[in-house]
Design a protein around this ligand. Structure first.
Ligand SMILES: Nc1ncnc2c1ncn2[C@@H]1O[C@H](COP(=O)(O)OP(=O)(O)OP(=O)(O)O)[C@@H](O)[C@H]1O
Ligand SMILES: [Mg+2]
Length: 235
């Protein structure tokens, strides 16, 4: 469904990504893991067209998208929920969700029906529909941001650190919601620093280090690797 081939992305002279090749198949949750500054967000921005690669190709549903405008990439069903819960603070939860659907021309009755579907994934948003964005907790804002992404009816949903800064119990809920989104038929590319919990819901994963992929394997094998690294460090 998504295929990156030997991508290089720069900020001026700084090489942020080098020789990145990766794939996401339909139906999967794929984790993209790495420490601060590894290049995770840059990878998502390169895929969604916010930054252009200096070299390499990005294919989505069999078409090259590395020079397609970002809004057209959205229309093709590739949705990027950026880092940092960027919802509109002066709009209500309902209005934030409606905005997610505006890339498609659909009737308000359909929008309302789709809001109901988002609420099946995030029931905690139900009593908050008329609350303004700024008045929500971090976890509630994050649910709203992911919910808004769902309103675009993604074929592939890319989430940038959805668990960042959330209390442990809320993190649990967020990962369960992502699993549910996937079970309902949406493919997910999940960027996380939280390796253990994201691999627990993922099929496969890639590990980025200083702009390069240093590991790529099934989620259970990567989890084993992490376990062994900790055991090694404890000796
Ligand atoms: N706008 C920018 N201009 C210059 N350098 C940048 C810019 N954005 C990111 N970088 C650099 O590119 C590298 C990768 O950054 P990126 O934001 O992709 O990392 P990340 O893995 O998402 O990190 P984090 O976990 O902190 O979000 C870092 O060295 C960062 O300093
Ligand atoms: Mg980032």
């Amino acid at each position: 469904m998504l295929k990156l081939n030997e991508i290089e992305t720069r900020y001026g002279k700084i090489v942020a990504l080098r020789n990145i090749s990766m794939e996401v198949h339909e139906g999967e949750i794929v984790a993209l893991l790495g420490m601060n500054g590894a290049g995770k967000s840059t990878t998502l921005k390169t895929i969604s067209g916010l930054i252009r690669p200096k070299a390499g190709t990005v294919e989505f549903m069999g078409r090259s998208i590395e020079s397609v405008p970002p809004e057209e990439i959205v229309r093709q069903g590739l949705i990027h929920v950026p880092e940092g819960r960027k919802i509109f603070p002066g709009l209500t939860v309902r209005e934030n969700l409606v905005i997610g659907a505006t890339s498609r021309k659909i009737a308000m009755s359909t929008v309302n029906q789709e809001i109901e579907e988002v609420l099946e994934v995030f029931p905690d948003l139900t009593p908050l529909l008329d609350r303004l964005g700024w008045s929500l907790s971090g976890g509630q804002q994050q649910m709203c941001a992911v919910g808004r992404g769902l309103m675009a009816r993604p074929k592939l949903l890319m989430l940038d650190e959805p668990s960042l800064g959330l209390a442990p119990v809320i993190v649990q809920n967020m990962f369960q919601a992502i699993r549910k989104i996937n079970q309902k038929g949406t493919t997910v590319l999940l960027v996380e620093q939280n390796a253990r919990q994201s691999l627990a819901i993922s099929h496969r994963g890639y590990v980025l280090e200083a702009g390069s992929i240093v590991a790529s394997d099934s989620a259970p094998s990567l989890l084993d690797g992490i376990q062994n690294a900790y055991l090694g460090a404890a000796k």
